[in-house]
Design a protein around this ligand. Structure first.
Ligand SMILES: *[C@@H]1O[C@H](CO)[C@@H](O)[C@H](O)[C@H]1NC(C)=O
Ligand SMILES: *[C@@H]1O[C@H](CO)[C@@H](O)[C@H](O)[C@H]1NC(C)=O
Length: 279
């Protein structure tokens, strides 16, 4: 009896002093050449608007829309005056083969500059375990509008199946003195069981408490425990969209035209790396 107590006490001692540290479990440093590595990535193709009335057609294995150069992945929106897949813009949207639950997710990137360009580094659930969007969740590590070059936002979507879903996040977060299209910056998302944190260049700018029921209160409650749906594996999505519902017409005007698009200052996003750390 005494011996058992001693063992329990000693285990507790080890547990309380052995701080868990993040270890790198996956990365793409984009140090290769050519298009994305097919073992790690899948291209999502098509031009049906992707639920947001987006104007681009996402291509697959097309170097002019996505290739590695100078140690970065370059995603480029091309203007296609004669059309491609029924659209006048092409871009890339790619997802990782692997998915993770909890951890630290980090991207170093330089963003586009131009009217109604919508770069995003985000995460979607591997399975619709709690139901269709957004019941099973969505995590937006970084979104930006190509004309607001000192603004990013981090968000989560959850709460129920559309239209009973909700979202929360940083909102438009302005960083004085920064031009995200000029220099590389580090975007970090830390996902723990009870809390999520979004950081820019190592400084936390937004925190979400997920130690609560994430149900919106509308429709059927898809959840049975705190923190759901953010207790399941999510994969990365990287893309640049063109126009769409991220640009409500009352605030941003009508969808961008080909003539306007020809004046985009920088229709590219360079991603130096994506890294995933877990404890
Ligand atoms: C890669 O480096 C070369 C040489 O410095 C430069 O001309 C080119 O613009 C760079 N490409 C990107 C995407 O930064
Ligand atoms: C999570 O919430 C429960 C109550 O719902 C509370 O007892 C617990 O301390 C919270 N955990 C953290 C880490 O905040």
């Amino acid at each position: 009896m005494k011996l058992i107590l001693l063992l329990v006490a000693s285990a507790a001692y080890i547990c309380s002093t052995g701080a868990q540290e993040y270890k790198l479990v996956w990365a793409d440093e984009f140090n290769g050449a050519g298009v994305l590595n097919d073992c790690e990535w899948k291209y999502e193709m098509g031009g049906d608007g992707w639920g947001n009335n987006e104007l681009e057609f996402y291509t697959s294995h097309r170097p002019e829309n996505g290739h590695q150069e100078n140690g970065s992945l370059v995603i480029r929106v091309n203007v296609e005056p004669s059309g491609y897949g029924g659209r006048q813009f092409t871009s890339v949207r790619a997802i990782t083969a692997k998915a993770w639950t909890y951890g630290k997710f980090e991207a170093r990137a330089r963003l586009p500059k131009g009217k109604q360009l919508w770069p995003a580094i985000w995460m979607m659930p591997q399975n619709s375990y709690y139901g269709i969007w957004a019941a099973s969740g969505e995590i937006d590590l970084m979104e930006n509008r190509g004309t607001q070059n000192n603004v990013i936002q981090g968000s989560i979507h959850y709460g129920g199946t559309w239209p009973n879903n909700q979202y929360s996040g940083s909102g438009e977060k302005e960083f004085a003195g920064i031009d995200f299209s000029r220099d590389f910056h580090t975007f970090t998302f830390e996902w723990e069981k009870t809390e999520m944190r979004w950081s820019l260049d190592g400084k936390v700018y937004h925190t979400e408490n997920i130690n609560k029921s994430m149900w919106s209160g509308k429709g059927v409650n898809p959840y049975t425990a705190n923190g759901q749906p953010f207790d399941r594996p999510f994969f990365f999505v990287i893309n640049i969209a063109v126009s769409g519902s991220f640009f409500p017409a009352d605030k941003y005007g009508p969808p961008v035209t080909v003539d306007e698009a020809k004046k985009w200052e920088k229709p590219t996003m360079e991603i130096d790396y994506l890294r995933v750390y877990q404890k």
